[in-house]
Design a protein around this ligand. Structure first.
Ligand SMILES: Cc1ncc(COP(=O)(O)O)c(C=O)c1O
Length: 401
């Protein structure tokens, strides 16, 4: 049926560019579509697949955006972002990472994702090697392939609380390594890089001319300890591209706004990519972004506190489910239970839970080959729904395992 529709759509064969065959995807959106289709058939589904806060954007930030629209912030702005916002971000990053950042080192883009996209387009040539965490955010691998570079996964180990083994990192670095991607707090595991981990990674890189893309989009969603950035390590600021943004911290996923902090010469090239792709990030959202960073932070603290409360309940419940065992994530809003003892493959189990138990979650393999044996549940849903979802999973395992 679908094929017939596609065939009728046009008489011309679609001839895609070769590079499109190398582009991956983010399975969360596919699972969401499948879950929505089941809902249309009348099924009751609890959504634990998508990675976005279930909170509203704080009122002061929404008000600032509306006010900006009314005041006429509806035009193009500079490709690298509004000077006031770049200044605000530079001050914030200087304070939180303990480094001196100037506005020329900040590029504002529509979301965190474009920094991944642009960094790979700007730095990775065919044949270059890029090391990235696995399991990890799927867009890294997708974009490495798209840029034509070689994707070199570094395994995250559950027994290290989903940290990486620096000796393995050492073995993966070659003369062709151009970029290393790190992510803390981490999607999908909720693991973090401690100060020692960061120092170890820095020591292994030493004075090699390798750039580091440090994805710190969950830096404010941390349940214990402090956030540590490789940008703070002496000698590493000019080799680091720090990715952070507004989507998670201020529940602004739909506003599409993030940023990269990097040496000014690279910032100029990333800005050229912005000019060629988006022209600029929406102006009124940037005005709201200034309020997000400078304004009252109590909603961020409340959200983080609520995620922690849910995490504690969810992890305790998961550990009671037959065949499941779950570590305590230290940040972000995901739990990543080990399901090997169920005897099921991750993807098959995720599909069964969606179709038979009405719980949408992601297979660990959506985050790379080393995600086999795990599922990812987002805890960005109400405590009531989380509890109900886990009761359903529990019941399903009792019936089927
Ligand atoms: C690790 C990581 N980096 C980047 C992003 C992209 O965020 P944004 O929605 O701002 O593009 C996400 C979103 O899920 C993420 O999990």
């Amino acid at each position: 049926m679908a094929t017939a529709i596609m065939q009728n759509a046009t008489q011309y064969e679609l001839k895609l560019a070769q590079r499109m065959s190398r582009l991956g995807t983010e399975t969360a959106f596919e699972v969401l579509n499948k879950a929505k289709a089941l809902e249309r058939q009348g099924k009751d589904i609890i959504h634990l697949e998508i990675g976005e806060p279930d909170f509203d954007t704080p009122k002061n930030v929404v008000d600032a955006g509306i006010d900006a629209l009314r005041k006429g912030w509806t035009h193009y702005g500079p490709s690298a972002g509004l000077p006031e916002l770049r200044q605000t971000i530079a001050e914030d990053v200087s304070r939180t990472r303990g480094v001196k950042v100037t506005p020329e080192e900040v590029v504002v883009v529509p979301g965190g994702k474009p920094i991944i996209f642009f960094t790979l387009l700007a730095l990775a040539d065919a044949g270059d090697e890029v090391i990235y965490p696995n399991p990890g955010f799927p867009i890294y691998e997708s974009m490495i392939h798209y840029a034509g570079a070689k994707a070199v996964p570094i395994r995250l180990h559950e027994e290290r609380d989903f940290g990486l083994d620096v000796n393995e990192l050492k073995d993966l670095i070659t003369d062709r390594t151009r970029l290393i991607i790190i992510n803390s707090p981490q999607n999908p595991t909720g693991g973090i890089l401690t100060q020692q981990d960061i120092q170890d990674v820095a020591d292994i890189i030493g004075d090699r001319n390798i750039m580091i893309l440090s994805d710190e989009i969950y830096s404010r969603l941390l349940f214990e300890g402090q956030h540590h950035s490789i940008m703070s390590v002496p000698g590493f600021q000019e080799r680091t591209i720090l990715l952070d943004g507004f989507s998670k911290t201020w529940a602004m996923t739909g506003w599409r706004m993030g940023y990269g902090v990097m040496r000014p010469d690279l910032a100029a090239h990333i800005t050229r990519l912005m000019t060629n792709s988006n022209s600029c990030t929406a102006s009124f959202t940037q005005i709201a972004g200034i309020e997000a960073i400078r304004g009252d932070q109590s909603s961020v603290e409340q959200m983080c506190h609520e995620f922690q409360r849910r995490r504690d309940v969810v992890v305790a419940k998961l550990n009671q489910i037959k065949g499941f065992s779950c570590r305590m994530p230290k940040g972000a809003f995901y739990v990543f239970p080990n399901i090997t003892k169920t005897g099921w493959k991750s993807k098959k189990l995720a599909d069964a839970l969606l179709e038979q138990a009405g719980v949408a979650c992601l297979s660990g393999t959506a985050f790379g080959e080393y995600g086999e044996g795990y599922l990812r549940f987002s805890i960005a849903n109400s405590m009531e729904n989380l509890t109900k979802a886990l009761d359903r999973v529990d019941e399903w395992t009792k019936k089927n395992l």
